[in-house]
Unconditional design. Structure first.
Length: 115
């Protein structure tokens, strides 16, 4: 089984920054793609950013130029550096990882952007 745990959420003012972390642990041979999703109240869960094992990244248009995804393969950890945060970034942020045989979600971490 694989455990996925996010951390780093919180309350931040508009224009501020936050860094989310997500660590995968358990029994697996290797993590393939790692990604961040978010879900605001009343909205569907949407992809924010993803990074392949080789480091290829992909971003939602709404966060390009403001968010940066990165990973540490030795630690099975993925990060999301968020800058220039806007109220519309408020959501629960979820981490998702893919192993060779399945995919796993974290429990989510709340990010609130408000003055």
């Amino acid at each position: 089984q694989v455990q996925v745990v996010e951390s780093g959420g919180g309350l931040v003012q508009p224009g501020g920054s936050l860094r989310l972390s997500c660590a995968a642990s358990g029994r697996f041979f290797g993590i393939m793609t790692m990604a961040w999703y978010r879900q605001a109240p009343g909205n569907q869960r949407e992809l924010v950013a993803q990074v392949s094992r080789s480091g290829t990244t992909n971003y939602a248009d709404s966060v390009k130029g403001r968010f940066t995804i990165s990973r540490d393969n030795a630690k099975n950890t993925v990060y999301l550096q968020m800058t220039s945060l806007k109220p519309e970034d408020t959501a629960v942020y979820y981490c998702k990882v893919w192993t060779q045989y399945s995919d796993y979600w974290g429990q989510g971490t709340q990010v609130t952007v408000s003055s």
